[in-house]
Each structure stands twice: as C-alpha cells, then as structure tokens.
Ligand binder design. Structure first.
Ligand code: AMP
Ligand code: MN
Ligand code: MN
Ligand code: MN
Length: 282
C-alpha cells in the first residue's frame, strides 16, 4: 500500500515548518503522496512543488477551510484544488480577515485576565502575518511562561467555555464546499470524530454534507481513536463518501503522530485518491 498523508500544516498557517521543510520531512518518512492543507490559505503550495519533484513525492494541492454549520465549527479539506481559482481565493481572503478581527477579540479577553500584549505576541509567533489563529496565541502564552505547554493553554483558556475563547462566524459550510468544487477539488470533512456532535446529529450532518456536494470524510487521522476509525469507516460506506487518511501534523514535538505514520484505511473504505486515477494508483 502507498503511504499517503492528505492533511498537514506548514508555517503558512499554524504549523512550525516551512512548506519545503514539510515536504522533505514527509519524503524522509516514506510518504509517497502528500497534500499540504494549511488553514484558510494556499500560499504555501507553490513552495512545496519543487521539493516534491526533487524527492519524487506526488504532491496534491490542498487547504483546510474553517466553516460554520449552525453553532458548530467544522473543518473541510479541499483536496486537489486549483489554488489559482478566483472564487476560492476570494473566499479564503474573507476568512483570513475574519481571523484578524477575531484575534483582536481574543486579545481583549486576555487583557481582561491581566495577560497583556497577547495580540502583538501572537503575531510575533506567526510567520504568515495574514493568517492568525489560536495556536499563535497558545505559543505566545507558553513562550512567556504563562502556561507550561500548548495542551494546557487550550484546555485552560482557548476552548469553548474557557476565558480566552470567543465565538466566531466562519464561512458557511455550503459556500466553502462550493469554492472547493468550483476550483476542481474534492471536499472532505476533516476529523469528524473531534466535533461534539451526537450520533443522530452527525448523521444529519453527513446527509447534508453529501447533498451540498461533499465528496469524502477523513476516516484515519491522528485525533481518531480506533473506535472512531471504525465508526467513520462504516459511515463513509453508508453515505457513499470516499475516505481519507491524514496525520494533521503541525510540527516536530507538537504532534505525537509523525507525517505518514498512521494505520491504513479499513478495507471497506473507498480511498479518496482512487478518484485521482493513474497518477496515484494504489
Ligand atoms: P483556529 O482555527 O485558529 O481556531 O485554531 C484551531 C487550531 O488550534 C487547530 O487546527 C489546532 O492546530 C489547534 N488546536 C485546537 N484545539 C486544540 C487542542 N485542544 N490542543 C492543541 N491544539 C489545538
Ligand atoms: Mn491547526
Ligand atoms: Mn482541523
Ligand atoms: Mn488540520
């Protein structure tokens, strides 16, 4: 079986390595097909192409789009997209502006808590100043000794119900799916096991995702337990979704899971890369 990793981040979003470093590391880990899927930005894809060619790795253009579905924030991977597509670019630009605005509200929360300078601090942690996120705030808090590690920052401050959390409207799910499809890509629901959504509501989500043009779901990913892998393998089959596999790697030391180091997809799944034909024959 090919070693395929269709979900990871560079410092164009909230990863630690440059796009070229991500590709070289993936190749060194034995990954043969890689999609770089930065949050809400496609700016890293061009830099990745040359090192991918040099290391003989099949590179897939990707993105991970932040969306809203009711009160839920859902991440949707766009795989095999055309990064130059105007509609997709405009959509992502809007989300990035929303991130900048959200960052000022997050910083105001930290000001209230007596933690000052978090906006400038978070931006100092971001390589790409156009893409600011919670991870940059988290790194600032760790670096300045407010909290001992990233895990604890999220748990203590940055998740729903905690004092540094703010609600935010992302792109409507259906719009994000249509940008991905219009640009020639396939829309894949990322890490479905991570959302706080009960079984009934999850099935409603998958039915709706299918109806609006969603093409796949991530079945094997680092945040899924073996039970979740089994559940979403079943659901992918029932709803007729292609299945994806991706590490969600953000950087050395920040993830337990290395690029490409994941279980294979369960046999019953239809791999998403089969849709890409001979270029990626498994
Ligand atoms: P954002 O899209 O800016 O709201 O930030 C979401 C990102 O924060 C995710 O992509 C992860 O990289 C990171 N993240 C979210 N929740 C956690 C958590 N509980 N622990 C560590 N990192 C997290
Ligand atoms: Mn992230
Ligand atoms: Mn995600
Ligand atoms: Mn991700």
């Amino acid at each position: 079986m090919l070693n395929i990793d269709l979900h990871c981040h560079s410092n164009v979003s909230d990863g630690l390595l440059s796009p070229a470093e991500v590709v070289r590391r993936a190749a060194a880990q034995g990954v043969q097909v890689l999609a770089l899927t930065d949050h809400d930005d496609v700016a890293g894809l061009e830099e990745a192409r040359e090192p991918a060619r040099e290391t003989n790795l099949h590179f897939v253009n990707g993105v991970e789009i932040s969306t809203s579905w009711g009160n839920h924030t859902l991440h949707v991977l766009g795989l095999n997209i055309d990064p130059a597509h105007a509609g997709l670019q405009a959509g992502l630009e809007g989300i990035r502006q929303g991130r900048a605005e959200r960052a000022t509200r997050i910083a105001a929360k930290f000001d209230e808590l007596g933690i000052e300078g978090s906006l400038a601090g978070a931006y100092a942690m971001a390589t790409n100043k156009g893409l600011i996120g919670r991870m940059h705030f988290a790194r600032f808090l760790v670096e300045f000794g407010y909290v001992k590690n990233l895990r604890t920052v999220f748990k203590k401050y940055l998740v729903k119900g905690k004092p540094g959390y703010v609600t935010h409207q992302w792109a409507p799910l259906a719009e994000a799916v249509s940008w991905i499809r219009d640009s020639g890509g396939i829309a894949v629901l990322a890490h479905p096991g991570r959302y706080q959504i009960g079984r009934m509501r999850m099935e409603e989500l998958l039915a709706e995702f299918k109806e609006i043009g969603g093409g796949g779901i991530e079945v094997v990913t680092s945040s899924h337990t073996p039970e979740m892998v089994s559940t979403f393998a079943d659901l992918s089959q029932r709803f007729g979704f292609l299945a994806s596999r991706g590490s969600d790697f953000h950087g050395p030391g920040e993830n337990i899971i290395e690029l490409g180091r994941l279980p294979n997809l369960p046999e019953k799944c239809q791999p998403v890369w089969h849709a890409w034909g001979e270029a990626v024959a498994a």
